[in-house]
Design a protein around this ligand. Structure first.
Ligand SMILES: Nc1ncnc2c1ncn2[C@@H]1O[C@H](COP(=O)(O)OP(=O)(O)OP(=O)(O)O)[C@@H](O)[C@H]1O
Length: 213
């Protein structure tokens, strides 16, 4: 599903991540790592938001450099702590992302109701609580017809009911062929959300962890 070759990311000549080779199969994959290990850097690079050295190819077809638009159309990203211009409303953000991601008809309404943001979506995001902001970012992360969704700490700041909604949505999308890379510092019950592999970012690289027996 996602192939990584000779990946390197530095900030101001300080190497943060070097991944000679990694291959993610279709499925749900957890990414672990201590604070500052490089998870957000990795997600932002895979999402096409940060420059890096190396090659990323989605579905053996879409190279982030050679098919930049096709690749970005198929890779969505929900940030751990989303930041948006304070004066924009969720509705304005959603309309814009839905248009760029070519969302199917009805999807916008479906996601707005699923995450319960209709009541406040026309007020500026500057007035939102952290949970309201997180719900907005999750609606944005599911828009379009992604093949891969990157979710950085998708469950933080959410109430119990919304946590269930996120887990159920991930399961449902997985059944429809969407893959996920997720990071979390929380433990998630594998009976609720089956995981195909677990990876760790440490020592400036990404390693596959052995699956528990
Ligand atoms: N824009 C930047 N400029 C310089 N250094 C940066 C920048 N962004 C991140 N870093 C550094 O890169 C390293 C990895 O940061 P990153 O935010 O990717 O970690 P993380 O694993 O997401 O951390 P956390 O779990 O705390 O969110 C850290 O040492 C951080 O200081």
């Amino acid at each position: 599903m996602l192939s990584i070759r000779n990946f390197q990311k530095s900030y101001h000549n300080r190497l943060v991540l070097a991944i000679p080779q990694a291959d993610f199969s279709p499925g749900i994959h957890w990414l672990k790592g201590r604070n500052g290990s490089g998870k957000t850097t990795f997600f932002r690079s895979v999402a096409g938001l940060l420059p890096f050295e190396g090659t990323l190819v989605l579905d053996n077809k879409y190279d982030i450099r050679q098919q930049p638009v096709e690749y970005r159309l198929r890779v969505n990203y929900g940030e751990a702590e989303p930041l948006y211009p304070q004066f924009l409303s969720a509705w304005e953000l959603i309309r814009w992302v839905a248009a760029t991601k070519q969302s199917p008809n009805q999807q916008v309404d479906e996601l707005i109701d699923l995450f319960g943001i209709r009541d406040f979506m026309k007020t500026p995001v500057g007035t939102y609580s952290s949970g309201m902001l997180k719900k907005t970012s999750l609606v944005l992360a599911f828009l379009g017809k992604p093949h891969l969704i990157l979710l950085d700490e998708p469950l933080i700041t959410l109430d119990h009911a919304t946590t269930r909604v996120v887990i159920e949505r991930i399961r449902q999308q997985r059944q429809q062929g969407v893959s996920f890379l997720l990071s979390t510092h929380q433990d998630v019950d594998p009976t609720e959300l089956p995981v195909d592999s677990t990876w760790i970012i440490q020592n400036q690289t990404l390693e596959l962890l052995p699956q528990p027996a």
